[in-house]
Write a protein that binds this ligand. Structure first.
Ligand SMILES: [Zn+2]
Length: 287
């Protein structure tokens, strides 16, 4: 009887649809936790924010099935799925799960989202071992400072410059290692009538680690950052989205408080990453 009442309650609840960018910004004001629930909102005709207040997850819907980029935390996974439903899309119609980088805050929910969607997990080879084991690479500067997570099998490997085609959408993978070896940025085109622009989901390019870690002593870890800064800066980029929404002021831009589209955004993001790394190296020299 209780179950049938629940079923009725769900049946009576049509998909509520996206909130506005201003409503999303308001819902997350003062909340930026990795798992703090946020309502779904539209970024572009084929890009919806379905993540949490602190971590991005992006749904790219197409009539041939959908793509989800990033899965936040295990705690957030059911909420991401609920956001997809709330937009009126079937969770089981998500065909591909793509990821930015192999840290718990972006892929901790991937195992659960694979179960909920039945989608194929696509990643670069460099991310595979961590994604499948759920154990942060011991050589990672953040090892020991972030929790492990439930691993998930990678179903398909993709190379730098490789593409995922679904419906009329083509997503291109850009290897942007540094923050992690498997760091990947993604780009795709979005069009409203004849007006098209390129969205870049640019991965984290920040040098992060405890004070005890000295990047200066790991030149092999610093070099990929330099390559990735140049690469991100050179991407065709009309609309920047980042795995941490705050890193690109995303909610305020979606709320109309700053330009949502900015052809200089990827260059500025890369420059901020470069300044952070150089600042960190200078600080290490002073210790
Ligand atoms: Zn990270």
């Amino acid at each position: 009887m209780f179950a049938s009442v629940l079923a009725l309650a769900f049946a009576a609840q049509p998909a509520a649809g996206p909130v506005t960018g201003a409503q999303l910004a308001e819902a997350c004001r003062g909340r930026s936790g990795w798992s703090d629930p946020a309502p779904p909102a539209r970024i572009a005709p084929n890009a919806f924010y379905v993540g949490t207040c602190g971590i991005s997850a992006i749904l790219i819907p197409t009539p041939r099935g959908h793509v989800l980029i990033d899965g936040a935390t295990a705690e957030a996974a059911p909420h991401i799925a609920a956001n997809i439903s709330r937009l009126g899309y079937r969770v089981r119609d998500v065909r591909y799960l793509l990821v930015s980088h192999e840290h718990v805050d972006h892929v901790g929910g991937i195992a659960e989202l694979k179960r909920l969607t039945g989608a194929r997990l696509v990643a670069r080879a460099e991310a595979r071992a961590v994604l499948e084991s759920g154990r942060t690479d011991p050589a990672d500067p953040q090892a020991g400072t972030i929790p492990d997570f439930e691993g998930a099998a990678v179903d398909q490997l993709i190379r730098d410059g490789g593409t995922i085609r679904i419906g009329s959408v083509v997503l291109t993978a850009h290897a942007t290692p540094g923050h992690t070896p498997g760091g990947t940025s993604w780009s795709w085109r979005t069009c409203a009538q004849a007006n098209c622009h390129t969205i870049v989901y640019a991965d984290s390019i920040s040098a992060v680690g405890p004070d005890s870690y000295r990047f200066a002593e790991h030149p092999a870890r610093v070099a990929p950052f330099r390559t990735s800064f140049a690469k991100v800066a050179a991407l065709r980029c009309d609309l920047l989205i980042t795995p941490h929404p705050g890193a690109s002021n995303l909610f305020a831009r979606m709320a109309g408080e700053a330009p949502l589209r900015d052809r200089n955004a990827c260059r500025a993001y890369a420059e901020a990453g470069r300044e952070r790394l150089d600042g960190r190296l200078a600080q290490e020299r002073g210790r």
